[in-house]
Design a protein around this ligand. Structure first.
Ligand SMILES: CCCCC/C=C\C/C=C\C/C=C\C/C=C\C/C=C\CCCCC(=O)SCCNC(=O)CCNC(=O)[C@H](O)C(C)(C)COP(=O)(O)OP(=O)(O)OC[C@H]1O[C@@H](n2cnc3c(N)ncnc32)[C@H](O)[C@@H]1OP(=O)(O)O
Ligand SMILES: Cc1cc2nc3c(=O)[nH]c(=O)nc-3n(C[C@H](O)[C@H](O)[C@H](O)COP(=O)(O)OP(=O)(O)OC[C@H]3O[C@@H](n4cnc5c(N)ncnc54)[C@H](O)[C@@H]3O)c2cc1C
Length: 664
């Protein structure tokens, strides 16, 4: 029945002001109003329909994405949307496209690594989309190891040009999004060679295609790398391959903020750290952390609504069966994911602040916080994307068989999201960057250099190495100080243990390689401490709205107690807690599940997702799941006729043969 809200009873149970929670989730009233307005604008525009997208063959799917991206641009111009509004519109259109890389990496690379003059020349063209760009770093043979890239950019002083060349098959650029079929330009990362000397990697703006007929320019071989995981999903993106055969570009297309090559071919290093070459990656890792809460909350919203609709077992005297959300096992799998979505939201907000802060400092030539910004963006990108990808898959399982249908929205969400564990830095490689930062911090303790920011706790290392938890009863685990100390002691002890083991090796690099698995675990412990601390700090702010703060306290408790339970080996092994205290933590966790249960539906309503954005029959706002699943099945192309194509060729002969066999 249309118009009936099957989840109305659930919504009545809420013990908090959902509208105020929507504002907390969005980050501010301004953000809420912006998202609300733009998501509805997209949802109500048939030009952005998602109908049938998982059924389209690649070519049609891709063409449809081009149509949508162009239509989105047209609407952005017609409605005179600001940059912020336009970004929201692209977000709610919800289809990976070349525009993600144009706006998300090509433009930021020029902004971050181009001189003022270069920005003045290239940015207006890019802002008007008169050129379309991508970020071409990864090669067939090298992705994680950026210093190992092989493409060369050799300066020719005769002509004042760089010659861009792919010397080997493995030096072919491979993966850049938007490269295969759309981009006219790329920021290409290549080894800078001048006067016969290799100065390592630098960025260059290279035109790839004609702006007239879009044909690849002479010396450029470019195409798509082929079909990727999942139906529809990331196949809307033209991840590309690119080879250069001595392609010439003017010298001033080398991005020259970090280093320059003069007219005479002299290499000049600016007084900014070389690591700024990696700045675009730091920026994108930060946006990926913010995006993790979007993807996870989406999956959790679907699984929570469906868990309230779905009933199994327990019917008595012909009454209704039990809602699966009432099973403790379902709660133990679902509620920590709901809590994680909120936790990642808040750590994403904080990371954005940290990124803005480091950017302002860089502009004032203060590079002191760059290592911390790198460690935080790398570590939190790794932590949040791993948890989100795993969480989306868990949500699919939480929806039983129906979660496996594309109409649940979950398979596509997973297929689109899971490469986040790999792109912008493989998650293990990034954790090892955090571990290096931690080992450096431990080695400098006692040198007089005071650790600050997210590693300030290391400054209290003596206390953290010997303190013990003073939790005596389950509710003591609700005290923020008890929790923060537990996570700090665990992280500090794991780092110190790694440092002690490393010191046993004569060659530190050999030791690092041998102990890499332990080091990655220490990095996870440090990153989880950051997320827990930022959630707790958020709760120390003034949060208006009846019951809102209390719900966030419950979510925060679930987040850290679930982590404590899952990693109790670390907490017990480092000797900070006893097995009795671990068991009390688990008692408290169960109690928090019961407190959360009546609020579950309203907590996912607070994400304020339209049905268009969710694109899931199981996650419909009104909970009207079964009739809509039934209806959707009949839209499948296989159901266009009663008799399947292929019946006469394949099924009929088979049936005849069976008849003959039966007669024998
Ligand atoms: C259902 C439908 C749903 C539809 C959904 C629709 C749409 C979704 C759309 C958008 C989502 C929104 C947001 C997401 C945004 C964009 C995502 C979209 C697309 C994905 C694009 C992906 C693009 C890419 O992948 S680009 C390629 C990225 N490549 C990498 O990340 C390579 C990783 N490798 C490295 O970074 C480096 O090689 C390294 C591992 C760090 C090692 O570097 P190296 O120089 O060898 O360094 P070393 O370890 O020796 O360190 C030297 C020194 O430098 C310091 N360092 C290293 N890196 C940095 C840095 N980045 N910044 C600062 N400092 C750095 C390091 O610490 C060392 O310091 P020290 O000497 O120890 O002091
Ligand atoms: C969907 C998608 C979009 C992408 N978009 C772009 C783009 O727009 N532009 C671009 O330039 N690139 C892009 N990439 C490439 C991406 O950045 C790389 O794939 C990524 O950096 C990982 O590198 P890799 O593929 O070389 O993995 P590899 O490094 O080959 O990883 C393989 C395995 O080796 C392990 N490993 C590697 N090094 C170490 C180490 N030192 N210690 C321990 N383990 C290690 C990894 O953990 C992993 O398990 C994209 C990739 C994908 C999947």
């Amino acid at each position: 029945m249309e118009g009936v809200d099957y989840l109305a009873d659930e919504r009545k149970k809420a013990e908090f002001d959902v509208n105020e929670m929507k504002i907390v989730w969005a980050g501010s009233r301004h953000n809420f109003e912006l998202s609300d307005r733009i998501s509805k604008l997209v949802a109500n525009d048939p030009g952005f329909s998602k109908e049938g997208r998982t059924m389209l063959p690649r070519k049609e799917l891709f063409k449809n994405t081009l149509r949508k991206a162009t239509y989105a641009w047209k609407r952005i111009i017609e409605l005179r949307l600001s940059e912020e509004e336009a970004a929201k519109l692209r977000h709610f259109v919800d289809e990976p496209a070349f525009t993600d890389l144009h706006w998300g990496m090509f433009i930021p690379a020029i902004k971050g690594q181009g001189t003022d003059e270069q920005q003045k020349k290239w940015l207006p063209l890019a802002y008007k989309m008169q050129i379309i760009g991508c970020y071409a770093q990864t090669e067939l043979g090298h992705g994680s190891n950026v210093q190992g890239l092989e493409t060369t950019a050799t300066f020719d002083p005769q002509t004042d040009e760089f010659v861009i060349h792919s010397p080997t098959l493995t030096s072919s650029k491979w993966w850049p999004g938007g490269l295969g079929k759309v981009s006219t330009h790329a920021v290409v990362y290549a080894r800078l060679i001048t006067n016969g000397k290799d100065y390592g990697i630098n960025g260059f703006i290279v035109q790839l295609r004609s702006l007239e007929d879009h044909k690849p320019l002479p010396g450029v071989t470019v195409g798509d790398i082929g079909l990727k995981f999942g139906n529809g999903a990331y196949n809307t993106m033209d991840n590309g391959v690119l080879r250069f055969d001595h392609v010439r570009i003017p010298r001033d297309q080398m991005l020259m903020r970090v280093s320059q090559v003069t007219r005479e071919g002299k290499y000049v290093q600016s007084d900014v750290p070389r690591q700024l070459l990696y700045g675009t990656m730091v920026y994108v890792r930060q946006t990926i952390v913010s995006d993790a809460s979007n993807a996870l909350s989406r999956a959790v919203c679907i699984a929570t609504r469906y868990s309230a609709v779905r009933r199994q077992f327990g019917s008595q005297n012909g009454g209704q069966e039990i809602q699966v959300i009432d099973y403790k096992t379902q709660q133990n799998r679902l509620f920590p994911l709901l809590a994680s979505a909120y936790a990642f939201r808040f750590v994403g907000e904080w990371l954005k602040w940290l990124y803005t802060d480091v950017t302002q400092r860089l502009q004032a030539n203060d590079f002191s916080t760059l290592p911390e910004a790198h460690a935080c963006t790398a570590g939190l990108k790794s932590l949040t994307t791993t948890a989100t990808a795993d969480g989306i898959e868990e949500c699919r399982k939480l929806c039983g068989g129906h979660g496996y249908l594309c109409s649940s929205g979950l398979p596509e969400l997973f297929a689109v999201y899971v490469p986040a564990c790999t792109y912008e830095g493989d998650n293990t490689v990034l954790l090892l960057q955090v571990a290096r930062f931690l080992m450096k911090t431990v080695s400098q303790l006692g040198s007089g250099k005071k650790p600050v920011g997210t590693i300030a706790y290391m400054g209290r290392i003596e206390h953290l190495m010997q303190c013990r938890s003073d939790v005596k009863q389950a509710k003591d685990w609700l005290k923020p100080s008890a929790v923060v100390e537990a996570f700090e002691a665990r992280a500090a002890r794991m780092s110190v243990a790694c440092a002690q083991n490393l010191s046993k090796f004569d060659n530190p690099e050999e030791g690092f390689a041998e102990l890499a698995a332990d080091l990655a675990e220490a990095a996870v412990a440090h990153c989880q401490l950051i997320v827990v601390s930022k959630f707790i700090e958020k709760l120390q702010q003034d949060i208006p709205g009846e019951g809102v703060k209390q719900q966030l306290e419950v979510l925060c408790g679930i987040y850290y107690l679930f982590l404590l339970h899952k990693h109790q080996g670390d907490f017990l092994g480092t000797g900070y807690i006893t097995s009795k205290q671990a068991s009390l933590a688990n008692d408290q966790l169960r109690a928090l599940y019961s407190q959360l249960r009546p609020n579950a539906i309203s907590l996912v309503d607070a994400f304020n997702y339209t049905d268009h954005f969710l694109d899931s029959i199981l996650g419909r706002y009104d909970g009207n799941v079964y009739p809509k699943l039934y209806e959707a099945a009949w839209k499948d192309p296989l159901n266009q006729s009663d008799i399947a194509d292929g019946f006469h060729e394949y099924i009929r002969p088979l049936l005849k043969q069976q008849l003959r066999t039966a007669r024998l």
